[in-house]
Design a protein around this ligand. Structure first.
Ligand code: NAP
Length: 292
């Protein structure tokens, strides 16, 4: 592979996580850098929780421009930062870091990326009664940004024995206190509650892995008849590109929002933070849809 364009001035960006070899992010960012003629490169680093501190210290000393974090490093990164945004602080997780004048500044672009993809699908979160399935890393980013951006109500469905239960209860208290959004928690295994709430909501978001490859025949919504046609249905899973939930939603006449849109827009925001430029979205979208 030709790497002769890399010079002494090339700025380093990358991804810190484990595993990372399967990631689409190098393809997304390196293609965008080349299309815009930017002297940047994006690499993957297999970094676990036990090597994160050392890796961040070394990359910072080497002058890295910025990096993304994925599992298992999004939460641990918070304590290694000099500054972070309110959304990252509230979520307790960071997926993008930029180095400015020797300081590491953390962002969470998952929530904003998701809301941009929802907007692109034709739905604004402002004033919407929103149901969120799941309470993990991605769900909490979406919950925080939805509340900050004016969702009227947020009903978070999770398992009562969830490892995220206490954290989600605390997050709901903070969002109820500090934003105009009313947040409540419900048991995701209570089928009649799930069905009743779907019928009363404007937006439904699946932020669990249910329906992801290889178990593509799974869906937390049992029947397309539960879905009113005015509902917008989003699934953040992108393997497969169209989940069983989204197929149900299409059948019910709902507007749909597939997970590759969130992947694209969270990356585009990181790109803007590092380079100050807009990612060429349409070309990168084509690449993600071919390879995603
Ligand atoms: P995570 O932190 O592990 O959270 C997963 C959540 O789903 C937890 O609340 C978990 O509940 C719940 N869950 C799992 N299996 C369930 C089941 N059978 N029934 C009900 N709830 C269940 O994972 P994550 O990082 O948030 O990722 C979630 C999904 O989003 C993954 O498929 C990931 O690939 C995708 N994702 C997509 C993007 C994108 O850009 N499109 C970005 C990030 C993540 P318990 O605590 O009870 O297990």
């Amino acid at each position: 592979m030709d790497a002769s364009w890399i010079t002494g001035h090339t700025q380093l960006t990358g991804l810190l996580g484990s595993p990372v070899a399967h990631s689409l992010s190098p393809r997304m960012h390196n293609t965008a850098y080349r299309l815009l003629g930017l002297d940047y490169v994006y690499l993957c680093f297999d970094v676990t929780e036990s090597t994160l501190t050392e890796a961040v210290r070394g990359l910072k000393a080497c002058g890295i421009r910025g990096f993304n974090l994925t599992m298992p490093n999004k939460n641990r990164m918070l304590e290694l930062l000099d500054e972070c945004t309110p959304a990252a602080r509230l979520t307790g997780a960071v997926n993008t870091v930029v180095q400015e004048n020797g300081k590491l500044i953390g962002y969470n672009t998952d929530g904003t990326g998701f809301l941009r993809s929802l907007q692109e699908a034709g739905t604004e979160i402002y004033g919407k009664r929103t149901m969120l399935l799941g309470a993990g890393g991605a769900a909490s980013s979406i919950a925080v940004q939805s509340a900050l951006d004016g969702a009227s109500e947020l009903i978070i469905f999770l398992r009562t024995g969830s490892r995220f239960f206490e954290r989600t209860k605390q997050l709901a208290d903070v969002l109820n206190r500090d934003t105009s959004c009313t947040v409540q928690l419900c048991d995701i295994e209570d089928i009649s509650c799930l069905r009743e709430q779907v019928g009363k909501s404007d937006v439904l978001i699946n932020a669990t892995p249910v329906g992801m490859e290889p178990e593509t025949d799974r869906c937390l919504i049992r029947d397309p008849a539960w879905l009113p046609p005015g509902l917008t249905v989003a699934d953040i899973i992108y393997h497969p590109q169209k989940t069983k939930l989204l197929k149900f939603a299409e059948k019910a006449g709902c507007r749909i929002c597939p997970g590759l849109g969130m992947l694209l827009h969270q990356g585009a925001e990181a790109f803007r933070i590092w380079t100050g430029q807009e990612m060429p979205l349409e070309q990168i979208r084509d690449i993600l849809w071919q390879h995603g």
